[in-house]
Design a binder for this molecule. Structure first.
Ligand code: NAP
Length: 334
């Protein structure tokens, strides 16, 4: 089967170097061929926008998922079922759906990465999550050596979480997803930043395409383009803490944003904690926190895996010292 040598720098958005052997996976057949003919130690890569890889990745085969396809499988006057191959760029799928005036994923505009990555961490933004429209996931079950269909419930989605990230990590290779989108007018995202955007331009009931444009604009102002500044988006997860701990923090820091998650849990924006720890726009050798958004770590040039570890540990420690909250990283470390 096809393979070539590549530098991880060119296939991941954080740009850390390491020579690897890449096996492009363009069809489901390619997966079967890989396990039949090669069957080595491997790592599954999509858009490379959520991984921080050490030199040790060199020892692994990179299965680069490039399975294509965006089309409607069936539709009615109210809704449409959208198939998307795991290798498609996620934002192209959103663009395609919005162009067809289909609603359900427009708030997930501009999220980097491929389709196959979206169910793994139940990607979400501005009040929409992939679980809200996802009907099923098709995947290769490595343990059984066959393709399976998992429905929405099987994936056990929760906030930025699913079985693919939890108990079934490394069990499946996702090859496609099926979404159910609506032809009804879209819902306005209930986020102040989105509402403010539409208030300012005087639109009360935005179309699906106007919501997409708004999200792209808002994200552009907070997230650097990886083509210009290497980064992997939000570097830390928003911590979810116990209600009583959150209450004490609120007494001490009344301006701290807090969002009720139910079950006596409260979510705090990680970006707030980092910024309030004096870490916005700071540098740790080759790594920096982005000046417009402390939640984003950027590669200032020539960074190595150890530099990322150092910056990450330093930030976690400083936030813990100030707030007693331990941040967890969002990208996968290999
Ligand atoms: P933001 O809008 O500054 O919000 C920061 C935090 O506040 C997020 O945890 C967000 O919750 C929460 N929040 C804000 N308004 C809220 C409301 N009305 N109700 C409930 N929670 C509220 O976030 P950002 O960093 O610029 O990111 C923008 C959006 O993209 C956020 O929704 C964020 O979660 C999402 N995002 C997702 C991923 C991912 O899926 N891996 C990565 C990066 C960013 P939510 O997180 O629940 O939205």
């Amino acid at each position: 089967m096809d393979s070539y040598t590549e530098n991880m720098e060119n296939i991941t958005t954080f740009g850390l170097p390491a020579q690897v052997r890449v096996f492009p996976i363009r069809t489901e057949e390619d997966i079967i061929s890989y396990f039949r003919d090669i069957n080595g130690d491997f790592f599954v890569l999509g858009g490379g926008s959520n991984i921080i890889a050490s030199e040790s990745i060199t020892a692994k085969d990179i299965l680069k998922i490039e399975i294509p396809g965006i089309y409607i499988t069936r539709e009615s006057p109210e809704e449409a079922y959208l198939f998307a191959g795991a290798g498609e760029n996620w934002d192209n799928v959103v663009k395609w759906a919005v162009h067809k005036k289909l609603s359900g994923i427009e708030a997930l505009s501009s999220i980097p990465g491929t389709v196959g990555a979206t169910p793994v961490q139940n990607v979400g933004a501005y009040g929409t999550e992939i679980k809200d429209t996802l009907i099923s996931v098709r995947a290769y079950d490595i343990t059984q050596g066959k393709f399976v269909e998992l429905d929405n419930m099987d994936c056990e989605f929760s906030y930025r979480w699913s079985i693919f990230k939890g108990r079934d990590k490394d069990k499946y290779i996702i090859t496609s997803i099926l979404l159910k989108l609506t032809k009804l007018p879209p819902k306005m995202p209930e986020y102040p930043v989105v509402k403010k955007y539409f208030d300012e331009i005087g639109i009360k009931n935005p179309t699906v395409s106007e919501i997409r444009d708004a999200i792209i604009e808002i994200r552009k102002s907070k997230l650097p383009s990886p083509d210009i500044i290497p980064n992997c988006g939000s570097f830390f997860e928003n911590p979810i803490i116990e209600e009583d701990v959150a209450k004490k923090l609120k007494e001490k820091y009344p301006h701290m944003p807090q969002y009720d998650m139910g079950n006596s849990k409260v979510k705090i924006p990680a970006g707030f904690l980092i910024e309030e720890s004096g870490l916005k726009g700071v540098q740790f050798d080759h790594i920096g926190t982005y000046e417009k958004n402390a939640l984003v770590l950027i590669n200032l040039g020539g960074a190595k895996f150890e530099d990322v570890l150092h910056a990450k540990n330093e930030i976690i420690q400083r936030v813990k010292d100030k707030f007693g909250v331990t941040l967890e990283t969002e990208p996968e470390f290999i």
